[in-house]
Design a protein around this ligand. Sequence first.
Ligand code: SF4
Ligand code: SF4
Ligand code: FES
Length: 246
Amino acid sequence: MTTATDSEGGTLAVEIWRGKDAGQFETYTVPQRANQTVLDVVTWIQRHAEPALAYRFACRVGVCGSCAMTVNGKPRWTCRTHVSKVAGEGALRIEPLRNLPRLKDLAVDMTPFFEKWQRAQGRFTPTRTRNDPLTTVSPQSAGRKAADAGIECINCAVCYSACDVVGWDDGYLGPAALNRAWTLVNDERDGDRAGVLKAASSGGGCHSCHTHGSCVEHCPVGINPTAGIAGLKRWSIVELLGGKLP
Ligand code: SF4
Ligand code: SF4
Ligand code: FES
């Protein structure tokens, strides 16, 4: 156990996962500060007690999506999670995100997460060049409203880590990739919306979702992937029955 020596107030008992799949929790005592975030705690440990501790962050302000970890059993963006909200009796247990391969300590390999975005065809297909006039999309249109509701995803994989179906089915695309697909099938500027719908509703796609809403509960920016996935289910069935799904 490593003990803090510069504490002016109370202390936190912080368990941190060290290692890869094989490893153990190490306990550190960290000074408690006002408005301290979980990422502040991890950074304190790395700077003062465990220089080799591996973890990931970039922006520190909830934009880049890189700092997600499992905190006291729940996936969270650690730079915007205040210790006072989650530490209970002054204890924290911090682990890597679930459902992703572990690299070292708190860092996971995000490759499967982003490969599933590719499988869901989560990329915009342009129909115009930079020389063409801009397309105007009415803010009042149903498609624009649906796309707007899901567009602020920061790719943090918190929902992916919270999803039980991802946990038991490696092939499931997961809430974030399907949310991205939903924004694209609603984007009238996209040149291959039928292709996106097909990719998002094929094997491992939207029809594998069990609609239990854990992704909604945990998404730190308030996105509702379950609603988008339900939309993909409805839309793909209508297109299938109409013989329009390629
Ligand atoms: S609603 Fe669907 S995508 Fe969201 S956590 Fe549940 S199974 Fe996963
Ligand atoms: S939908 Fe929410 S929880 Fe999932 S990756 Fe995007 S921002 Fe993170
Ligand atoms: S460090 Fe960028 S979202 Fe937390």
